[in-house]
Design a protein around this ligand. Structure first.
Ligand code: COS
Length: 379
C-alpha cells in the first residue's frame, strides 16, 4: 500500500528542498530566531522553486507534485528552520484549500500569487479567543447585505497574520454549532481588518503569530468559499492535510536535533572516551532513531493515502499525535545529550526544543487528535 522509495518527482522535490534549505535557510536560522526576523527572502526562494504550492496544480502556478512530495519538502525545510517551515506549511494549506474548494475565478486570482511569492504568505483564520479546540463555538459572524457580506469578530493565533496576502476566514452565517459556519476569502489589507500584536512566543520566533480584528469588513458575494453553511467541513478537511504538514515539520526538527546529538556524542569526551560510548546515551539515541523512523512511516502513509484520494483523517491524526510527541522527546533528549551546552544558544539544541514544543498544540492538540482517532476506532 505504500512505496518506501520516493518516485522521480518526489525525489526531485526532496532534493531541491534539501539543497535550498541547507544552503540558504539553515545559515540564517539562528539569526531568524534571535532577531524574530520574518524570513521574507527564504520564503521567496522557496516560492521560486515551487515549494509554496507543492500540491497545487501547475495550471494554478503550483508544482503539482502531490502530498508525499510536499511532506518530504516540509521535512527538509523544517530541519533547517522551523519558523520558515511553518510559514511554508500554512501557505501551502491555504493554496490547496482555495484550489480545492474555490471557484475557477477564486483559484485563478489567489493561487498563483501564493505560489510565486507575490504574497509572502497566506493565512488560515479559524481559531478565536474562546474557540480553539472547539471551532464550532466561534463567534465571528458574517451578515448578509446587498451584494455581499459584512464580517465582524476576532481571530487568534493567526500564523502570518501580519504578512498574508489572503486570509481564509471562517464566520458564522447561520445558527449555532458547526452547521452555521461559512468560509470567506478576504484579501490582506481589507478595510476594517486590523492586525493585533505579534505574540511573543517560546519558539518559532521568526514566524509571525497575530490576532485579527474584523470590524465591518465588507466582502462581495463571490468571496464565499464553498457552500453557504459548509465552512466547518472545509476547515476539517483542510486541517486533515495540514496535520500531515505539521507532522512532517516535527519530523524535520527532530531529525536536525538527533543528527546534532549524534555528532556531539561522538565528539565530546568524558571519562577518557566519547560520551557516545556510554550505553545510557546509546539507548537515548536508539529510542530517538526508532521513533523518528516510525514517525516518517506514519507521515508518508497518511500523505500517500491523501494523494490516492482515500479517506485519511484518522491516519493524519495518528501521524500528527505520534510524530509530534516523539519529536518532543527526541529534541528533549538532544538537549540532555548536549549537557550544559544544550541549554545555551551556542548550539541549536535549545532552539529545536523551543520550536518543536508547539507542534503538539497547533493544528489540533494531541488531545484533539486522540478524539479523532478514538471516534473512528469506536465507530
Ligand atoms: N472531514 C470532513 N468532514 C468532517 C471532518 C473531516 N475530517 N471532521 C468532521 N467533519 C464533519 C462531520 O462529519 C460533521 O458533519 P455533519 O454535521 O454533516 O454530520 C461535522 O463536520 C461536524 O463534525 P463533529 O460533530 O465531529 O464536530 P465537533 O465539533 O465534534 O469537532 C473535532 C470535532 C474536535 C475533531 C474538531 O472540532 C477539531 O478538529 N478541533 C480542533 C480544531 C483545530 O485543529 N484547531 C487548530 C486550528 S489551526 S492552528
Amino acid at each position: 500500500m505504500i512505496d518506501f522509495e520516493p518516485n522521480e518527482t518526489q525525489r526531485l522535490v526532496q532534493q531541491t528542498a534539501r539543497s535550498f534549505a541547507q544552503q540558504h535557510v539553515l545559515p540564517e536560522a539562528a539569526a531568524i530566531d534571535r532577531e524574530e526576523r520574518f524570513p521574507f527572502a527564504q520564503l521567496k526562494g522557496l516560492a521560486d522553486l515551487g515549494l509554496m504550492a507543492v500540491n497545487v496544480s501547475p495550471e494554478l502556478g503550483g508544482a503539482g507534485a502531490g502530498a508525499v512530495a510536499y511532506a518530504l519538502a516540509m521535512m527538509e525545510v523544517a530541519k533547517a528552520c522551523a519558523s520558515t517551515a511553518v510559514t511554508m506549511a500554512v501557505t501551502n494549506m491555504v493554496g490547496e484549500v482555495i484550489a480545492k474548494f474555490g471557484t475557477p475565478a477564486q483559484a485563478e486570482l489567489y493561487c498563483p500569487q501564493l505560489a510565486d511569492g507575490s504574497f509572502p504568505a497566506g493565512a488560515f483564520a479559524l481559531s478565536e479567543p474562546e474557540a480553539g479546540s472547539d471551532p464550532g463555538a466561534m463567534r465571528t459572524a458574517a451578515r448578509k447585505v446587498e451584494g455581499g457580506w459584512v464580517i465582524d469578530g476576532v481571530k487568534q493565533w493567526i500564523t502570518s497574520g501580519a504578512q498574508a496576502g489572503v486570509f481564509v476566514v471562517w464566520a458564522r452565517t447561520g445558527g449555532p454549532g458547526t452547521g452555521g459556519i461559512s468560509c470567506f476569502l478576504v484579501p490582506g489589507g481589507a478595510k476594517g481588518l486590523s492586525v493585533g500584536k505579534h505574540e511573543d512566543k517560546m519558539g518559532l520566533r521568526g514566524s509571525n503569530t497575530s490576532s485579527l480584528t474584523f470590524d465591518g469588513v465588507a466582502v462581495p458575494d463571490d468571496a464565499l468559499l464553498g457552500d453557504l453553511g459548509g465552512g466547518f467541513k472545509i476547515a476539517m478537511m483542510a486541517l486533515d492535510g495540514g496535520r500531515i504538514g505539521i507532522s512532517a515539520q516535527s519530523i524535520g526538527i527532530a531529525t536536525a536535533a538527533l543528527e546534532e546529538a549524534i555528532a556531539y556524542a561522538k565528539d565530546r569526551k568524558q571519562f577518557g572516551k566519547p560520551i557516545g560510548d556510554f550505553q545510557a546515551l546509546q539507548f537515548m539515541i536508539a529510542d530517538s532513531r526508532a521513533e523518528l523512523d516510525a514517525s516518517r512511516l506514519l507521515c508518508l502513509r497518511a500523505a500517500t493515502m491523501k494523494e490516492r484520494g482515500v479517506p485519511f483523517s484518522k491516519e493524519a491524526s495518528m501521524s500528527k499525535v505520534y510524530s509530534t510527541e516523539a519529536a518532543n522527546r527526541i529534541c528533549n533528549r538532544a538537549v540532555q545529550i548536549h549537557g550544559g551546552y544544550g541549554y545555551i544558544r551556542e548550539f541549536a539544541a535549545e532552539r529545536h526544543l523551543r520550536d518543536v514544543r508547539v507542534t503538539t498544540i497547533y493544528e489540533g492538540t494531541s488531545q484533539v487528535q486522540r478524539i479523532v482517532i478514538a471516534r473512528m476506532a469506536l465507530k
